[in-house]
Design a protein around this ligand. Structure first.
Ligand code: AMP
Length: 315
């Protein structure tokens, strides 16, 4: 996880814990649609679970599990695929982006949004806390639900996006593109203070500010934007004026940001350390999540199979 995931998504999910009966799954089946090393996958899943739990996604107040541990996801994906128009899948912006420069395109990349629809509809999801980048896929999920309901009878609600109050796009260290692993511009959520300092030192600031004596424009500077998330409003106001009057240089401004990042995220790092030392505990939490997710998933699949005229579920 990086601080873009944390600020744009996970921190907001934590705020929803009391108001929704939430299902959060680590989507390992989606992860394998791109190049990956099978030897790392289990560890990556565990690391993500640690990051989510350490960020406050309390497993007592939501269902947290791994997608592939609930086989009903792939079963429902197949069943929904039979009512999904091929043209709609080919029109998905993310598919077009991911397949444009690829040497070969696997079918999983194309059917990715059908699996997403299954992830949501399996739990009869009504609200999905998505970022802007996933809106199109959620619209397709609604379309799939409508088509399936029209053909086989009303089962699935049409899930609506849940607009997150703090779901803004966080820019990466390059100050230009969305913070993302594939761009190599991230600040890892669990980075130690030293690493935070050396990463923030590389962050791009106001390009017009060449020398320390030049006044800067904080409103075009991503370091200043990040201060907005990790520094007090008094310090932010102070830095705004100091930057505009060349009273503070970018190096000092970055050091302050790195200090505040380290301090704000210290409790998350601490919880993550404790959890990483107890992988068995993390596996137990995920297993409990799987059990409760599966009990809902089985009921949905039984209903779907019956409506579609298939023999009843074997298990
Ligand atoms: P990803 O890692 O791209 O699968 O994203 C996981 C979640 O984090 C999604 O809800 C994204 O919308 C959110 N997210 C990822 N990167 C950012 C970013 N740079 N700014 C804000 N939200 C983000």
């Amino acid at each position: 996880m990086h601080i873009g995931n944390y600020l744009g998504a996970v921190r907001n999910w934590v705020d929803l814990l009391d108001d929704y009966d939430g299902f959060y799954c680590i989507v390992d089946l989606h992860a394998i649609t791109v190049q990956y090393d099978p030897r790392d996958l289990e560890q990556r899943v565990l690391d993500l679970a640690v990051g989510l739990l350490a960020s406050g996604l309390d497993p007592e107040r939501c269902t947290l599990f791994v997608q592939s541990s609930v086989p009903e996801h792939t079963e429902l994906q197949w069943l929904l695929g039979t009512v999904t128009p091929l043209g709609e899948l080919q029109r998905m912006t993310q598919f077009k982006d991911k397949s444009r420069d690829a040497e070969s395109v696997n079918a999983g990349l194309l059917t990715y949004p059908v699996l997403q629809a299954a992830d949501i509809l399996l739990y009869l999801g009504e609200r999905v806390p998505v970022g802007e980048d996933q809106r199109q896929h959620l619209e397709l999920t609604r379309e799939i639900a409508r088509r399936w309901n029209a053909r086989f009878g009303q089962v699935f609600p049409e899930p609506q996006p849940l607009i997150l109050p703090h779901g803004k796009r966080i820019l990466g260290l390059d100050g230009a593109t969305k913070m993302s692993k594939s761009q190599g511009n991230t600040i890892p959520l669990l980075a130690e203070p030293d690493e935070l300092h050396s990463l923030v030192r590389t962050a791009v600031t106001d390009p017009a500010r060449v020398r320390k004596d030049d006044p800067g424009n904080p409103h075009v500077c991503n370091v200043f934007a990040l201060h907005g998330h990790f520094s007090s409003s008094a310090e932010r106001d102070d830095i705004e004026i100091l930057c505009q009057t060349a009273g503070i240089g970018c190096v000092d401004c970055k050091n302050r940001l790195a200090d505040n990042l380290a301090e704000t995220l210290a409790p998350v790092r601490e919880r993550a350390r404790e959890l990483a030392d107890r992988p068995e505990r993390v596996r137990q939490i995920l297993a409990a999540g799987t059990a409760s997710a599966r009990s809902v998933a089985r009921e949905t699949i039984a209903e779907v199979r019956q409506r579609m005229g298939l023999s009843t579920s074997p298990s």
